[in-house]
Write a protein that binds this ligand. Structure first.
Ligand code: ZN
Length: 512
């Protein structure tokens, strides 16, 4: 080796070593976003190690709980320009998914260990998890997939080689197309579930989230699933059984306007009482699971308390709240004020249903909350508790400044043309049909062979709504923004709060 060559080599290594802390920091930020979006904290977050390994692009090492990423991977990702982090999110998300593959109770993965060589099913599942997780975290990764995979294979000179137990590039690219369809479907189902939650079609929404849960076990999926089961349970009858407002409710007005039941067992049929109990028990199971996944996930704790109270287990809810010191924990975790207040609201409901006077100071103390929902719910609940007339607050009138009756893609929402039907829930006979049009997507649901609901999503963006201050009171928070429903127009908007504008709008039609 000549001295010059040695110097050059030294300089190259020095550059690489110098760049590594920066690469590591970038990778750690992406990993943190993915880890938070997934929310399964039973498994500790892996460490990141940057290596100049010529053989492995990225690898999950179980015994040290480390994700190793090759320097070349960053070079591959850099080619994607503004999407470079989205590309990196896929690779890290894929390895993070491997870290969850140990316990089949928590995930759908096969028992699998990277150290013993890969297997194609585990790889495919890691791809699906990685892509969906990246999407939940706000990275737009799915469209890049084939290019990322090819980039990695080329950079590591794996092209055209047979790797023991590992798919070839050709196989991987073939499955990439497949994967994109699967993940796009998962995303569509998750988003449809959100719209259905906001519209108030809770059994259909639960079926959508159940579909997602079959492939992706995330904190939010369990919580959303539980919320819809509770709301379904609360809306089983034409009469209203629950006089109070619960923290997980979005629109309590429709329910509270129903004729009041006299709180006797005859208010619901025996079958309805049984179904209500089953739905609430199932929901409590999902909330408990989500809370176990993430110790800091207060929303799941609040919702767990609600499911218990509604299921005639108020005493158990109080005991749980005390044993877990939830009020104190919310403070220690420095949770947002509204989250801390909602724990008190749920505890207040548990006291109210147990006929204990502690409910009064709890509700009274929340009446001046700065959170619109908490203030409203506490005031209404205090009135109900005192036997006073409850004042319902109406949603501000519709403020859409564009024509929601305009026909898009020739779709007649009340007479939709459907494609093949897929069974979503066998027991409830829920089926779905999806039609992709030029500027919109149409999903139609039917139950027992009868059309139930059609929902058309427009891909047009830049619809600027006039927002009112009360938006948050009747809006559903999602990973992509707030959904605000306009029942009188049978339309909904997905609003990006930061940009203060609608990023998507939908129309829907409920068949009756
Ligand atoms: Zn893998």
């Amino acid at each position: 080796m000549t001295i010059l060559f040695r110097l050059l080599l030294f300089a190259l290594i020095a550059v690489k070593v110098q760049a590594q802390p920066r690469l590591k920091a970038t990778a750690e930020t992406v990993l943190e976003n993915l880890y938070q979006a997934n929310g399964n904290k039973i498994y500790p977050k892996p460490a990141i190690e940057i290596v100049s390994d010529e053989r492995h692009a990225a690898q999950f090492i179980r015994r040290s709980n480390t994700i190793r990423i090759g320097v070349k991977v960053f070079e591959v990702c850099r080619v994607f320009g503004k999407d470079s982090l989205a590309a990196l999110a896929f690779i890290i998300g894929h390895e993070l998914a491997h870290s969850f593959q140990l316990n089949t109770r928590q995930t759908s993965f096969l028992a699998y260990d990277q150290e013993d060589g890969a297997d194609a099913n585990a790889e495919k599942d890691a791809d699906i998890q990685g892509l969906f997780n990246a999407w939940l975290a706000g990275y737009n990764t799915a469209d890049l997939l084939p290019y990322i995979i090819e980039g990695v294979y080329v950079a590591y000179d794996l092209k055209g080689k047979t790797l023991s137990g590992y798919p070839t590039l050709e196989e991987r690219k073939r499955t990439a197309k497949d994967l994109r369809l699967i993940v796009t479907e998962l995303i569509r189902m998750y988003e449809t579930g959100n719209y259905l939650t906001a519209i108030g079609q809770h059994d259909l929404a639960a079926a959508c989230f159940q579909y997602v849960e079959n492939r992706y076990k995330g904190r939010e999926v369990y919580n959303n699933l539980g919320v819809n089961l509770v709301l379904q349970a609360m809306h089983l009858s034409e009469k209203n059984v629950d006089p109070y407002v619960f923290p997980l409710e979005l629109d309590c007005n429709t329910r509270l306007k129903k004729p009041k039941a006299d709180r006797g067992p005859g208010d619901l049929t025996p079958e309805q009482w049984q179904q209500r109990g089953e739905l609430l028990a199932k929901a409590a199971g999902h909330f408990a699971h989500a809370a176990k996944m993430d110790y800091q996930y207060l929303t799941a704790e609040i919702n767990y308390l609600c499911a218990l109270v509604l299921n005639a287990k108020a005493g158990e809810a109080i005991e749980y709240c005390e044993r877990r010191e939830l009020v104190k924990k919310a403070g220690l975790l420095n949770a947002p004020a509204a989250g801390q207040e909602k724990i008190k609201l749920a505890l207040g409901l548990a006291y109210a249903y147990s006929n204990r006077t502690e409910a009064i100071p709890l509700f009274d103390g929340l009446k001046n909350s700065t959170d619109a929902f908490v203030q409203y719910a506490a005031t209404l609940n205090a009135n109900v508790l005192a036997g006073r007339q409850a004042q319902l607050r109406e949603a501000p009138p519709c403020q859409i400044n564009f024509d929601t009756d305009a026909v898009v893609d020739d779709v007649k929402i009340h007479r939709p043309l459907t494609a093949a039907w897929t069974i979503l829930d066998n027991a409830a006979q829920i089926e779905i049909s999806t039609v992709l049009n030029k500027a919109s997507e149409l999903v139609v649901f039917r139950t027992g062979g009868q059309n139930r609901l059609s929902l058309q999503r427009m891909r047009r963006t830049g619809v600027a709504p006039v927002l009112s201050a009360a938006t948050h009171l009747h809006a559903l928070a999602t990973n992509r923004g707030y959904i605000r429903v306009y029942p009188e127009k049978r339309a909904a908007l997905l609003i990006n709060e930061a940009q203060n504008q609608a990023v998507e709008w939908v129309k829907y039609y409920e068949f009756r």
